[in-house]
Design a protein around this ligand. Sequence first.
Ligand SMILES: *[C@@H]1O[C@H](CO)[C@@H](O)[C@H](O)[C@H]1NC(C)=O
Ligand SMILES: *[C@@H]1O[C@H](CO)[C@@H](O)[C@H](O)[C@H]1NC(C)=O
Ligand SMILES: *[C@@H]1O[C@H](CO)[C@@H](O)[C@H](O)[C@H]1NC(C)=O
Ligand SMILES: *[C@@H]1O[C@H](CO)[C@@H](O)[C@H](O)[C@H]1NC(C)=O
Length: 352
Amino acid sequence: MSPFTLFILCLSVLIPFSGAVGLLEALRTSANAPRYADLIESDPALSAIFLDGKTGTVFAPDDAAVEAYLEDAARQLRPRQTAEEVRNNEFQAAESRHDIALLINFPGKVIETKWNGGLRIKGRGTPVVSEQDEESVEDNDSGNRTLRIRQLTNPTGPGVRLVSGFGKQVNIRAGDIPFDGGLIHRVDSFFTVPQTLSSTASQNGYSSFSDALEGNNLTSAFNEAILTTIFVPSNEAFAKFNGSINPSLLSNHIIPDFGGYLPELKDGATHTTADGKTLTITIKDRSFYINNAKIIQSNVILDNGVAHVVDSIISTAAPPPEFPGRAAGSYGSPIMLLTLLTPALIFWAFAV
Ligand SMILES: *[C@@H]1O[C@H](CO)[C@@H](O)[C@H](O)[C@H]1NC(C)=O
Ligand SMILES: *[C@@H]1O[C@H](CO)[C@@H](O)[C@H](O)[C@H]1NC(C)=O
Ligand SMILES: *[C@@H]1O[C@H](CO)[C@@H](O)[C@H](O)[C@H]1NC(C)=O
Ligand SMILES: *[C@@H]1O[C@H](CO)[C@@H](O)[C@H](O)[C@H]1NC(C)=O
């Protein structure tokens, strides 16, 4: 076979694959989200966001979600969406490609969307965070520990959800649908745009925490902090607390200058609060502890970072919980690391 024939043969094989499907076509066919394609196509600003050649992932709301969105607040398919509506949709796309296989890994993945978060999160893309569908995850501690995904809330989907503003959860119904720039994941709803801590607290009923901030003149400090992590004790946590609530105690519930979305909280890591005290993160059996307090609702995305609801008032005097089988922080210490490495170093020295 001549090289030329071989070349033509290769081309003929490659062309059908290299000419991968454009986003709109993929939305209308393999992704089964034609109404979202209509919405994108209806408005030049939306088309510019999605068809800019720099879109790696699209979280495409299914037809029912698009219909609900268009009915809400008299939105409609029209030549120009409002600026707010355009921003809403910027939140549904990311530049990077995010495969389901990576999104489903515990404890999830931070996905920077195309919506530039501005100065309040230091110019990053406003994130959504993936989580395994927790209700569907079972720990099997008899024998080998296996995770079974039962996909209760979403029997046909891959078992991943995404958390956005107000902690709203959006389920992926079908994932990893290719288009020529990346992947489409079809979702059952639009993401919720993150708001300030105050609006989020009022929407989600974190009333004891917002009253405490208000009573201690800390509301604006918490709302205006830049790229921050806030631990919000639940109303029950306040009800059972018998100590005194003061500005110092409350300031130990905020880590400034740190976007502690769940995947960024590492076992054994320490962080300094706005009051200068140290908090230690502990991860045990897929639960996250901040000193003595356990996270009971994670990844409530804020316009200036993230909030996690905890079951207790955080005490900086209390050590992190001790769990059997884990010597807290031992691997983190340089001495311990040296101890572990020494036999390897000695072996290496003899080997050469
Ligand atoms: C847990 O694992 C054991 C051993 O692998 C298996 O026999 C059992 O069926 C599992 N239980 C559940 C609930 O998955
Ligand atoms: C547990 O895992 C080990 C290593 O992966 C394997 O050899 C063993 O057969 C497994 N045991 C059970 C009960 O599945
Ligand atoms: C409340 O806090 C602000 C700073 O956030 C400060 O400027 C103001 O003086 C404080 N007011 C009172 C009454 O302490
Ligand atoms: C406050 O609570 C702690 C632990 O929950 C308890 O040990 C202590 O006695 C309580 N103090 C008062 C004054 O009730």
